[in-house]
Design a protein around this ligand. Structure first.
Ligand code: ADE
Length: 229
């Protein structure tokens, strides 16, 4: 999968060189490229923002650098997806991560300030599938941290990135429920025992207990997930 990230803070994405994502980059599972939006601003100060038409607080990102940056990353592509992280977008979910993990080219455009000139989205939508996507109902200073989270959630679902694919099946949100609690050795720690069923060797009983735990936890912490089913 090719991933392009357009940002005014390319250094934030240096962190993608470590851990499993770094390995996925090294062994060619992902071709991740980070572009500096300011390379497409041609004045002396490499300006990427300006005051909003109609007035109001804050600055808006100018269309010209964005247009040029997107022209460059979308060049010769047939069917790209372009994601603009935004608190005004649809909420990112595991389902979305899975769908995006099956794409061949995903572009992320990280906005800052009060947003990006609307014409950038409209122009991109004329040659790509464009989505505004929010990490959740809160406001970040810009899209970079949201893109870090989305890239991690997407890339770990690409076959070959996680050593044991079974661990992807059993985690939270994969079956619409939160995951069950996990335990490892020792069997007693600070007077706290591991639930005896997990030591029983009875796989049917263990599966039943885990399912009950998932349901109980989901009802308690995220009743909205059950209501949606
Ligand atoms: N940019 C600012 N806030 C954001 C959020 N909640 N999700 C995605 N991008 C953002």
């Amino acid at each position: 999968m090719r991933i392009d990230i357009v940002t005014i803070f390319p250094a934030i994405f240096d962190a993608l060189d470590i851990s499993l994502l770094g390995k996925a980059k090294q062994n060619g599972i992902i071709d991740l490229r980070v572009a500096d939006l300011r390379d497409h601003a041609h004045d002396k100060h490499r300006t990427v923002d300006d005051t909003p038409y109609g007035g109001g607080a804050g600055m808006v990102m100018k269309p010209e650098p964005w247009g040029e940056a997107l022209d460059s990353v979308l060049a010769d592509d047939v069917d790209p997806v372009v994601i603009f992280p935004s608190p005004a977008g649809e909420v990112f979910t595991q389902r979305m991560a899975r769908e995006l993990s099956e794409e061949s080219h995903v572009v992320f455009g990280c906005g800052r300030y009060e947003g990006i000139d609307q014409r950038v989205f409209d122009d991109a939508a004329s040659r790509a599938r464009v989505h505004l996507v929010s990490l959740g109902d809160y406001v970040l200073n810009g899209g970079e941290v949201a893109v870090m989270a989305m890239v991690e959630a997407i890339v770990r679902l690409i076959p070959g990135v996680i050593g044991n694919p079974q661990s992807l099946v059993e985690e939270s949100h994969e079956d619409g429920l939160l995951e069950y609690p996990s335990y490892t050795k020792p069997p007693v720690w600070r007077d706290r025992e591991v639930p005896p069923v997990l030591l029983s060797g009875n796989h049917g009983a263990i599966a039943k207990w885990r399912r009950e735990q998932q349901l109980e936890r989901t009802k308690r912490v995220r009743p909205d997930l059950i209501a949606e089913e």
